[in-house]
Design a binder for this molecule. Structure first.
Ligand SMILES: *Cc1c(COP(=O)(O)O)cnc(C)c1O
Length: 456
């Protein structure tokens, strides 16, 4: 073994020995060969052994313009030479101010104020706490609006508050005794409709069910939280057209706040800057994270309407302050990266380029319909879920023990594509900068991996 090989071997051993990976069964992880990323070029990740992989899930849904995007890297480097961190508690900093102005300008018109934090989970926690406190100020301490409404199959993060409004039993059930009370309405998951109806003849029966539930619990519900257009972590469940609009109408009719969790869908991922735009919906609170810095640094923001913000105003003695804030809130490096990210959107006309690429991706995905075990292909913009089934005629899911998703992504990895499954769903979520040739390549590798595992 030469020195280089020895270094690689030691690093892999130390990874197995010291690192506890998220959402990973470590007993099985340590049996497999770890892939340790060393560097990246554009949409390609390169590991310590020099293997190259296309980043097919945008490094877990964050990357937009490729890795080491010059404008973003330069902005971070320039900010390092000014200040890397100062607190936002009672002080301000230049990029945090400039970014807040930009975010208010590009998000739905209802949103006027920006509260920073560092992850999608904290952006959601903040929205939940704000909604709760809002009704304490509006209705007084006796307010019964202390609960939330969410959808089954929803995912809003991993902290206890965000898990409380989570509706994926595989992730969330074990924590149930720790969680606060939340009501769940049926998920708009047409392929496995919980109401056993068909779209469009159902006329959004799931929205009717939500409305019925909200109408019964309106006195207790402070806010409804929703992932607009796509329930991501549940397997890219794409809601039927008109569903989001109905949700906004229901919130208005029954006087509850609407929290749009665009942590995954924001920043172009569904084809428009924000998913809410597609149904002309303006939420009361909006959660942003993942793509906000183009996938470079952790940052999140919770945006609110003037109405929500105003309810917190008063003298200090009135105790209406929002007592919440994370140590690295409004970090200048992350805000500088986010500003540069938005500049790239403008300069490179990123949104204008998307429709052509999205329809090309749709056309390429057609090819997967020939695979015997592909049950449904769901796509909203650059968010794709390919649901695998043992039998297409009755949509039988693969048993979890078969680890079908995991085996397919390992086969894709051998062919130079990094993707991650969600149970039996293969996810593709390439960076927005991907070219048609690269789209063709990731779909071809995905098809080959699916056929390797399910047809041989
Ligand atoms: C990823 C995600 C979150 C959690 O974000 P973290 O940064 O992982 O805490 C919340 N909501 C949605 C919709 C997400 O996809």
């Amino acid at each position: 073994m030469n020195r280089e090989e020895k270094f690689i071997q030691e690093l892999k051993d130390k990874d197995r020995k010291f690192v506890w990976h998220p959402f990973t069964q470590m007993q099985e992880y340590v049996e497999e060969e770890p892939v340790i990323i060393d560097r990246a070029e554009g949409i390609t990740l390169i590991d310590i052994e020099g293997h190259r992989y296309i980043d097919g899930v945008s490094s877990l849904w964050v990357n937009l313009h490729g890795h080491r995007k010059t404008e973003i890297d330069e902005a971070v480097k320039a900010q390092i030479d000014r200040v890397s961190h100062s607190t936002l508690l009672g002080l301000s900093n230049v990029p945090a101010v400039e970014l807040a102005e930009k975010l208010v300008a590009i998000t739905p018109a209802s949103l006027k104020k920006v509260f920073y934090s560092d992850s999608g989970s904290t952006a959601v926690e903040i929205a939940l706490k704000m909604a709760f406190q809002y009704y304490r100020h509006i209705e007084g301490k006796e307010s019964k609006k202390t609960r939330f409404m969410a959808l089954t199959n929803s995912y809003h993060g991993d902290t206890i508050g965000s898990v409380s409004v989570g509706g994926i039993s595989l992730f969330h059930e074990i924590f149930r005794p720790l969680l606060f009370s939340c009501s769940f309405a049926p998920s708009p998951y047409c392929y496995r409709c919980p109401l056993e109806r068909e779209f469009p003849s159902c006329r959004l029966a799931c929205a009717d069910a939500l409305e019925e539930q909200v109408s019964q619990e309106q006195d207790e519900i402070a806010a409804l939280i929703i992932e607009p257009l796509v329930q991501g972590a549940a397997g890219m469940l794409t809601a039927p057209t008109g569903y989001l609009r109905r949700v906004r109408e229901i919130c208005d009719r029954f006087n509850i706040l609407m929290i749009a969790d665009e942590v995954a869908t924001g920043f172009g991922r569904t084809g428009t800057m924000f998913a809410c735009e597609q149904e002309d919906v303006a939420p009361d609170l909006l959660c942003l994270a993942k793509g906000i810095t183009g996938g470079t640094l952790p940052l999140a923001a919770t945006l609110t309407s003037q109405k929500v913000y105003d309810a917190f105003l008063g003298t200090y003695a009135e105790l209406k302050t929002f007592f919440h804030g994370h140590t690295y809130t409004g970090n200048p490096l992350a805000c500088a990266a986010a500003l540069a990210n938005l500049t790239v959107f403008e300069r490179e006309h990123v949104l204008e380029e998307l429709p052509g690429k999205i329809s090309f991706l749709t056309k390429e995905l057609e090819k997967l319909k020939g695979c015997r075990h592909v049950g449904e292909i769901r796509q909203r913009g650059f968010m794709v879920g390919i649901e695998m089934v043992t039998d297409r005629s009755d949509r039988t899911p693969y048993p979890a023990a078969e680890k079908i998703g995991h085996r397919i992504i390992l086969a894709a990895r051998e062919r130079g594509l990094i993707i991650r499954p969600l149970g039996n769903v293969i996810v593709l979520m390439p960076p927005l900068c991907i070219t048609p040739d690269e789209i063709r390549e990731i779909v071809a590798i995905t098809e080959a991996a699916i056929r390797d595992v399910t047809e041989s």
